[in-house]
Write a protein that binds this ligand. Structure first.
Ligand SMILES: [Zn+2]
Length: 273
């Protein structure tokens, strides 16, 4: 019975990876083969969706092994942050508003990247080309100018803006999980969520417990819920006519008899529920 359930779960994960293929196809339909350097909405969407898709594939792989599955929760955080940025850009007023917000995001991204490098010792960045710092300063200055011309005086999007956007999105979508999963995955990222994987090992010590099949089904449903919204936000910005196709693919998967059966039969013992 356990082996049967494991085999069924593995089939679910294999089918979930097809949703990523579907999103790739939807993003590409009718798009130019190369992104223009000044198409900042397309550039930001490419940057954000590329990371989020990679994190989703990584999460699916972690879910295949009960000893690594709990770490997939951490990857939700990146997916949610991509969703926060993409949805914020898509809420910009018309094409000009979206372009301006994409510039805010790209400017903030480059500044954070530059600030990170500046904190490092010369040895830590010695593998980079010598002109990396100059190149970053040059790119930031160019973006700052374009960002100003687009009518915005902010100092660039920062990571503190993510929380407010996810709170607002959770209300709009009537999906409290969109915010709550960001909070719980942050516990994991900051190493505050040890209780979730701890089991007593005697003498006051704990060891890590393996994720149950129920945990893995739950984590899979979370990863795909966030992935579905992230994909829709990316398509909203670059290929809105493909949104329905992608959303119905995700809905078909999450509402499929095999997914529902897995949730019903192997979900209830989840420690996360
Ligand atoms: Zn701005």
């Amino acid at each position: 019975m356990t082996n049967d359930a494991e085999a069924r779960f593995r089939r679910l994960v294999a089918r979930a990876s097809l949703l990523d293929v579907l999103l790739g196809e939807c993003l590409e339909v009718g798009q130019p083969s190369e992104i223009a350097w000044d198409d900042f909405v397309a550039v930001a969407t490419e940057h954000l969706s590329r990371w989020a898709r990679l994190e989703t594939r990584a999460a699916l792989s972690l879910l295949l092994d009960p000893t690594t599955a709990p770490a997939s929760e951490l990857l939700l955080r990146g997916q949610l942050e991509a969703l926060a940025h993409l949805s914020w850009i898509s809420e910009g007023s018309g094409a000009a508003g979206q372009r301006q917000r994409a510039l805010c995001y790209e400017l903030g991204r480059l500044k954070r990247y530059r600030d990170g490098w500046l904190k490092m010792s010369p040895e830590a960045v010695s593998h980079l080309p010598n002109n990396t710092a100059e190149q970053l300063e040059h790119d930031i200055a160019s973006l700052q100018q374009l960002h100003l011309e687009a009518g915005c005086r902010c100092s660039g999007r920062n990571d503190g803006a993510v929380e407010a956007q996810l709170r607002s999105l959770a209300k709009i979508l009537k999906q409290p999980a969109i915010y709550e999963l960001w909070a719980t995955s942050s516990f994991v990222a900051h190493q505050f969520g040890y209780d979730r994987i701890a089991k007593p090992a005697g003498k006051g010590l704990t060891s890590a417990s393996e994720a149950t099949l129920g945990d893995r089904v739950k984590l899979l449903s979370w990863v795909l819920l966030v992935y579905g919204y992230m994909g829709q936000a990316a398509l909203q910005l670059t290929n809105p006519n493909q949104q329905v196709r992608f959303a119905s693919g995700v809905r078909r998967y999450l509402g499929s008899p095999s997914f529902k059966r897995a949730t019903r039969e192997i979900g209830p013992d989840s420690v996360y529920s």
